[in-house]
Design a binder for this molecule. Structure first.
Ligand SMILES: NC(=O)c1ccc[n+]([C@@H]2O[C@H](COP(=O)([O-])OP(=O)(O)OC[C@H]3O[C@@H](n4cnc5c(N)ncnc54)[C@H](O)[C@@H]3O)[C@@H](O)[C@H]2O)c1
Length: 252
């Protein structure tokens, strides 16, 4: 994808969580390329600052598992820019464990970031969207919301991502009356650092993954980002949907 990012030719403001690297960074780049002013947020200040600088956006440190910090960030964005139009809840973590080995700590940590963090951000930014009677939220779910992952097992992640897909339906129905759209994108296996946590460096596992994907390749972060930008900015009649971007994996 082209790395030329026109600066704020559009007055809209978009916030992307977990945008310091991987899919989130590509989403921030895709929105910036559309001229939207992008607020890059991440719990990692180093990667977040670098991404924001490169994209001509702003960086706001934010750990989405801290509800008070999320509320403060929503207020800060509105105070600084006087508006917020798009929220992309991308921040997420994965942890591989057989179900019988999933500790309470791991369960709560995964759900705390991937599900609760996503909801709290919807609620806190949603206050501003509902007040302004406009806004577009795109939450990053996963193919793991629809299938039991195999050969890697991560039930907590799968359940969290299924919750994210349901959240789009529930919030879309409730907030349509306020002009607020809520959707999700469900990526298949995409080449980013998160795959390291579930076996990217294992050639045998890589072969198993590729065999499950009709397109016979991993997806690229830019391909997920293109779908996010479409749903966030262009698909003005689409709400409550979860769009699979999975190289055909679920279709087979
Ligand atoms: N890569 C894949 O194959 C894949 C597939 C389906 C869904 N996803 C989802 O896409 C999203 C992005 O994943 P990725 O592959 O780019 O992962 P990644 O690990 O490369 O990037 C995740 C980013 O989120 C940030 N982050 C993690 N926890 C955070 C927190 N509590 N608060 C704020 N930021 C936090 C990290 O610092 C990092 O910058 C995640 O929600 C992930 O579950 C990824």
């Amino acid at each position: 994808m082209s790395e030329s990012h026109p600066r704020h030719t559009d007055e809209r403001v978009a916030v992307v969580t977990g945008a310091g690297q991987g899919i989130g960074r590509a989403i921030a780049a895709a929105l910036a390329a559309r001229g939207v002013r992008v607020v890059v947020t991440d719990r990692n200040a180093e990667t977040g600052t670098a991404a924001a600088k490169e994209l001509g956006g702003e960086f706001l440190p934010l750990d989405v598992s801290d509800p008070r910090a999320v509320a403060a960030a929503a207020d800060e964005v509105v105070r600084r820019f006087d508006r917020v139009d798009v929220l992309v809840n991308n921040a997420g973590i994965a942890h591989e464990d057989a179900a019988l080995d999933v500790s309470d700590e791991v369960w709560h940590r995964i759900l705390g970031v991937d599900l609760t963090g996503t909801f709290v951000a919807c609620r806190e930014f949603g206050r501003h969207f509902v007040r302004r009677r406009s806004g577009s939220i795109v939450n990053i779910s996963s193919i793991a919301a629809f299938i039991g992952s195999n050969p890697e097992y991560h039930v907590a992640y799968d359940v969290a991502k299924a919750g994210v897909a349901q959240m789009a339906r529930s919030l879309a129905v409730e907030w349509a009356q306020y002009g607020v759209r809520v959707n999700a994108i469900a990526p298949g296996r995409t080449r980013t650092p998160i795959l390291d946590t579930v076996g990217m460096n294992d050639p045998q596992r890589m072969t198993q993954w590729i065999d499950q994907i009709p397109m016979r390749r991993l997806l690229e972060a830019e391909e997920i980002a293109a779908a996010v930008a479409f749903v966030a900015l262009d698909a003005t009649a689409v709400t409550g949907q979860t769009l699979l971007v999975d190289g055909g994996q679920i279709a087979q």
